[in-house]
Ligand binder design. Structure first.
Ligand SMILES: [Zn+2]
Length: 262
């Protein structure tokens, strides 16, 4: 019954709220990795973006004013992850906060010896458990140019949010029914170990070495690659690619291949 009600509400939102065509086209044009989406996929993405913007407030802070174009650019990238999933993956928080630049979060943590540390390193983005996603606008903008930056901040932080659906971010998000946890863990652990070894050897990797930081960062960074450069992930870590395709219920590398000349 709840499900039906929610579908009814979604239909209402889609009927009431629309993104103007010019704004939509401008945002899509600024995100080159959307070129692999077929027209019907883009239409479904647009509907998801409308629902996302209805569910979340994207607000500027520390002097940053979020323009309508910036809102749509952020919402598109957040919605790519859940294009084939329910938006409930993003339940439990209301806001996306956008800062004018990198920021130093004011949290502290206690280590095993009971020593309290303060974070003083600037961050480009942060996904807080049970709290907002925080983004630095210049870093969001840089992520549009995957070819040159090899990073996508919005996809990264929202991958952390999906990972946090079943507790703290640990590289093991809730898996849809039928996906064996052992296979997920085996694929991700083997790839993470191999990647860390390459980074330790000082190899120049095609994937951001920040992925070696932890299993949680490995999942978030490889999710960026999955959506922004899927052929690269399929080539480097095919087992991880297969697991991600099952988790996100998308095969972006097949999307890209469709566009290649025969
Ligand atoms: Zn991260």
């Amino acid at each position: 019954m709840f499900e039906a009600l929610s579908k009814w509400r979604q239909r209402r939102v889609l009927q009431r709220v629309a993104i103007p065509d010019t704004l939509w086209r401008e945002a899509v044009g600024l995100l080159p990795f959307l070129a692999i989406y077929a027209a019907d996929e883009l239409e479904r993405l647009r509907a998801k973006v409308v629902l996302f913007l209805d569910a979340k407030a994207i607000v500027g802070a520390r002097g940053h004013e979020v323009t309508p174009l910036q809102r749509v650019i952020i919402a598109i990238q957040a919605s790519m992850l859940v294009l084939e999933l329910d938006l409930t993956f993003y339940d439990g928080f209301e806001n996306v906060i956008v800062y004018p630049g990198e920021f130093v979060p004011d949290w502290e943590w206690e280590d095993e010896a009971g020593v309290v540390h303060r974070n003083d390193a600037p961050l480009a983005g942060e996904a807080m458990p049970g709290g907002p996603v925080v983004l630095s606008w210049p870093d969001v903008a840089a992520g549009a140019d995957w070819e040159n930056t090899g990073m996508n901040l919005v996809i990264h932080e929202f991958a952390h949010k999906i990972d946090m659906c079943n507790g703290e971010a640990n590289g093991c998000p809730p898996l849809p029914g039928g996906m064996p946890l052992e296979l997920w863990k085996a694929a991700l652990t083997a790839a993470h170990d191999a990647f860390c070894a390459r980074v330790d050897r000082g190899e120049d990797t095609a994937i951001d070495p920040y992925a070696a930081e932890s299993p949680a960062e490995f999942f978030a960074v490889l999710s960026e690659v999955f959506f922004a450069d899927p052929a690269l992930l399929r080539q480097e870590y095919p087992d991880v690619y297969a697991q991600f395709a099952a988790l996100y219920r998308q095969d972006p590398a097949a999307r890209a291949a469709r566009l290649l000349p025969e």
